[in-house]
Write a protein that binds this ligand. Structure first.
Ligand SMILES: Nc1nc2c(ncn2[C@@H]2O[C@H](COP(=O)(O)OP(=O)(O)OP(=O)(O)O)[C@@H](O)[C@H]2O)c(=O)[nH]1
Ligand SMILES: [Mg+2]
Length: 388
């Protein structure tokens, strides 16, 4: 009986935290890292101490910062020390390195804010703390301490497409309709509280990743709603996909009702306040819930207004304080219904096309076929044997 009570008490102690606490999305972790100390040399025989081990970060797709935090929080990651030189082993063995697996999209900063580097690819490796040199004639055979400092791992999701929209606009519904992801969907604002990533699969096996973020609302820059904290995750996306509810949005009875066009302008403004460079990314606007009543009339009006968007300045029906300084010109405006699937296939193909255009624009190696032909001809002329 005593044993049973003890076991029950132990179980109570190790009770897992509540689910909503467990599911917290972690996108920043601070760690203490320390390179190994170099081994001492042996001056009498010219013996060299082993070099201290280094701490590295290495990219791994399947890991996450939550796991790293759980394992290493409050501890120092210390690489192995170099072996001292001794009579029977003149050259000491170097200390063991530590390779910390980090998710892709992590940028590593030093305590003073200096950027050490970013990890974007599987297997990419960055040194975060160097081991101390072993004892040798230059340092009077005294091994040195390795580097020791705090580093911050800052995760920014890497996705091809980033979804931005007000709460309830249907971002998660779209993610569900377009990919195999299963995000939580509900009719109340802020259903999504952490970023989700999904993958759009095409028949020819092409894959495009898409990130669903928590909803943004006006005043996010002063930390209203979930604030700007998640916007950093769109920094690394190639294309922004704005989602707007055709019926507009109202956070509550005490807040003003915003029309579809106003929500688009407000999103534009919040992005601008967060980082004006975000507005330089290619952007597509998807107006959602076209299955609802009167939606097509509103949709046509919004498309018309967006064509002459600069007329919004001075338009008395739109509050002037919501108009951003630089208004985004959307590459495409498309009407969809995430609920019944209308326009989803068109959107899918459009995203693919725009991504291809983007890749072409960004890749300096892609040159016109005629130019390549001319270049090769010139080269052949240069190299061919000369008849004398
Ligand atoms: N009628 C209609 N309802 C939709 C459509 N798309 C989404 N909804 C509904 O809109 C509500 C909000 O959808 P979500 O996908 O959770 O919206 P969200 O933008 O992810 O919202 P947050 O996560 O709170 O920012 C849900 O009740 C959906 O069923 C649509 O095309 N038509
Ligand atoms: Mg959502």
């Amino acid at each position: 009986m005593v044993h049973l009570t003890r076991i029950l008490l132990c179980l109570k102690e190790f009770k897992k935290p509540r689910k909503y606490l467990r599911s917290k999305f972690i996108d920043s972790v601070r760690l203490h890292v320390k390179g190994g100390t170099g081994g001492t040399g042996l001056p009498k025989y010219g013996g060299l101490g082993g070099q201290g081990g280094c701490v590295y970060c290495i990219g791994k797709e399947t890991t996450n910062l939550g796991y790293i935090m759980g394992r290493h929080r409050g501890k120092t990651l210390t690489a192995g020390h170099g072996e001292d030189s001794r009579k029977t082993k003149i050259v000491g063995t170097p200390g063991d390195d530590i390779k910390l697996e980090v998710p892709l999209g992590v940028t590593i900063y030093r305590e003073d804010g200096k950027n050490i580097g970013s990890i974007d690819k599987e297997g990419q490796i960055i040194i975060v703390a160097r081991g101390g040199p072993g004892g040798n004639p230059q340092n009077n055979f005294l091994g040195h301490y390795g580097q020791a400092h705090h580093i911050r791992l800052d995760l920014k999701l890497i996705a091809d497409i980033g979804l931005v929209g007000f709460p309830n606009a249907g971002k998660s519904s779209l993610l569900k309709a377009i990919s195999r992801a299963k995000p939580k969907i509900a009719s109340y604002p802020f259903t999504t509280i952490k970023p989700n990533k999904g993958v759009i699969h095409f028949q020819d096996l092409r894959q495009i990743s898409i990130a669903d973020l928590p909803g943004l609302i006006e005043g996010a820059h002063v930390n209203v709603g979930l604030g700007h904290s998640f916007l950093k995750h769109v920094e690394r996306t190639k294309i922004l996909l704005f989602i707007a509810d055709v019926q507009g949005f109202q956070l509550g009875p005490n807040y003003p009702r915003r029309t579809c066009l106003e929500t688009v302008l407000l999103l534009n403004k919040e992005l601008e306040l967060y980082d004006p460079l975000l507005l330089e990314k290619p952007a597509i606007l998807a107006i959602n819930k076209l299955d609802t009543q009167g939606a097509s009339t509103i949709f046509n009006d919004v498309v018309k207004s967006l064509k002459n968007i600069h007329n919004v300045r001075g338009n008395s029906s739109i509050p002037q304080d919501i108009i951003p300084e630089n208004i985004i010109s959307f590459q495409d405006v498309i009407g969809i219904s995430a609920l019944n699937g209308d326009g989803i296939e068109t959107l899918k193909n459009l995203l693919r096309k725009r991504l291809d255009d983007y890749a072409e624009e960004m890749n300096p190696d892609i040159i016109e076929a005629s130019e390549l032909f001319k270049k090769n001809n010139d080269r052949i002329k240069e190299l061919r044997p000369i008849i004398t």
